[in-house]
Design a protein. Structure first.
Length: 425
């Protein structure tokens, strides 16, 4: 098989006296790899803050230009989001070397990985918001070919090419937002339909590549042998972007909906925080969150902080959370599976014993207020017999002259819903 010819890039950044700088740079390298790039050199500069005009100092720019020639690099990837003036001045100093800041890189990865129509639209909105303040006079943006709503042909009197491109982008954003709102309304309707079934919901959240998809697939294999329900998983940053929802059916007839959400990352572009708010709607509506943490990564505590900061920014708060420390099998100093308190688990997503313990913790939280109740349901109200059999754990079911007698473990909402049929044994 012929090897793919990857783009050669240099990654660089300004330390800004940040303790996490080395980790951020290592993560930037992984992001470049996730975008089918090969990193041939790394350039760092110790400054309290980036140079306002050029990001790097002049001497460092000369060094980068020489490194690019020596290593045949064609792209420079930087650890921070560049201002329009920094882009212009760096381009002048670097010649033919293409610039890509951290935000543009993440947007490129998201654009390549988005599969669903909704995810593609969200990424396009984020990209357009990023490009809007960076348009330059005389730049041919080729925006006409990208579609996105009416009003592009009516160029106003005296309107410059730059103004036309700005107006084109704004119209595209408006058009895409309208389409996205229509899709979100439809999804809200679907979620309301699911809410009527009283099936509890659980959302997997956490840093990218922590093992959320592997955990979901592991639970599916444990309780459902249908391979068609498996979701895509790969040891790569942002391997999947689309939210997947699967129903987990337990042997005792308890069940819950489990959603796998998009992963987070440090310095997540603000454009994507806004664009992906709807993607995390499953998490915002969940009865329980499972924060999957890469316990094998030395910086896992920083990952927890980034995840919780992002959730707070998106308004996902006041929901019970299990802290699931994954990849314990990659650590030599750790025993697993190990439950530490009510909401902490050390586990490995590919280990059945770990997944069984995780399931036990999930059910203990979701069904803590479940009650055992006996109902006598008249034959004329047989739909409720079907409902109980489909949505609750039946302990005993018998038939009498007047109807069906069912003893079941039910959630408070079902207890209230069928209270008219309740009897005492």
């Amino acid at each position: 098989m012929q090897e793919m010819n990857l783009t050669k890039v240099i990654v660089g950044g300004v330390s800004q006296q940040q303790d996490s700088f080395d980790y951020d740079m290592a993560e930037l390298t992984e992001l470049a790899k996730a975008n089918n790039m090969t990193v041939v050199a790394t350039v760092n500069q110790n400054l309290d803050k980036p140079i306002a005009a050029t990001y790097f100092g002049i001497g460092k720019i000369d060094e980068i230009r020489q490194l690019a020639e020596e290593n045949e690099a064609t792209v420079l990837v930087l650890n921070d989001e560049l201002t329009p003036s920094q882009i212009r001045n760096l381009e002048k100093g670097l010649g033919k070397l293409i610039l890509m800041d951290r935000t543009r890189l993440i947007l490129a990865i998201f654009a390549n990985r988005a599969k669903s129509k909704e995810a593609k639209m969200q990424v396009q909105i984020a990209r357009l918001r990023y490009e809007l303040p960076r348009l330059r006079a005389g730049e041919q943006a080729n925006l006409m070919q990208q579609g996105g709503g009416p009003g592009f042909a009516n160029r106003g009197s005296g309107e410059t090419k730059l103004e036309l491109n700005q107006r084109t982008i704004k119209n595209q954003i408006t058009h895409l937002n309208h389409e996205l709102k229509t899709m979100e309304t439809a999804q809200q309707t679907m979620r309301k339909q699911r809410d009527k079934t009283t099936i509890p919901t659980v959302a997997l959240v956490g840093y990218t590549n922590a093992g959320k998809s592997t955990t979901l697939n592991g639970l599916l294999r444990l309780f459902d042998e249908q391979e068609t329900k498996q979701v895509f998983e790969k040891d790569m940053l942002f391997a999947t972007l689309d939210t997947s929802v699967r129903e987990i059916n337990l042997p005792d007839k308890k069940k819950f909906l489990l959603s796998d959400t998009v992963g987070f990352i440090n310095k997540l572009p603000t454009q994507l925080i806004k664009a992906f708010r709807s993607t995390l709607a499953e998490a915002a509506q969940a009865d329980l969150l499972i924060q999957v943490i890469d316990f094998s990564d030395p910086h896992y505590e920083e990952m927890i902080k980034v995840t919780e900061k992002t959730l707070n920014e998106m308004g996902v708060t006041d929901i019970p959370m299990i802290y699931a420390y994954n990849k314990a099998d990659l650590r030599k100093d750790t025993r697993y599976p190990l439950q530490n308190g009510e909401h902490n688990l050390v586990y490995a997503a590919n280990d059945p014993a770990s997944l069984k313990l995780l399931t036990k913790m999930i059910t203990a939280t979701l069904f803590a207020d479940m009650q055992q109740v006996t109902f006598l349901i008249p034959f004329a109200a047989g739909k409720w017999v079907d409902y109980l059999n489909e949505n609750t754990s039946i302990v005993e079911q018998t038939y009498t002259e007047t109807g069906t007698k069912i003893k079941a473990n039910v959630l408070p909402i079902d207890h209230e819903r069928l209270s008219q049929f309740e009897i005492t044994d």
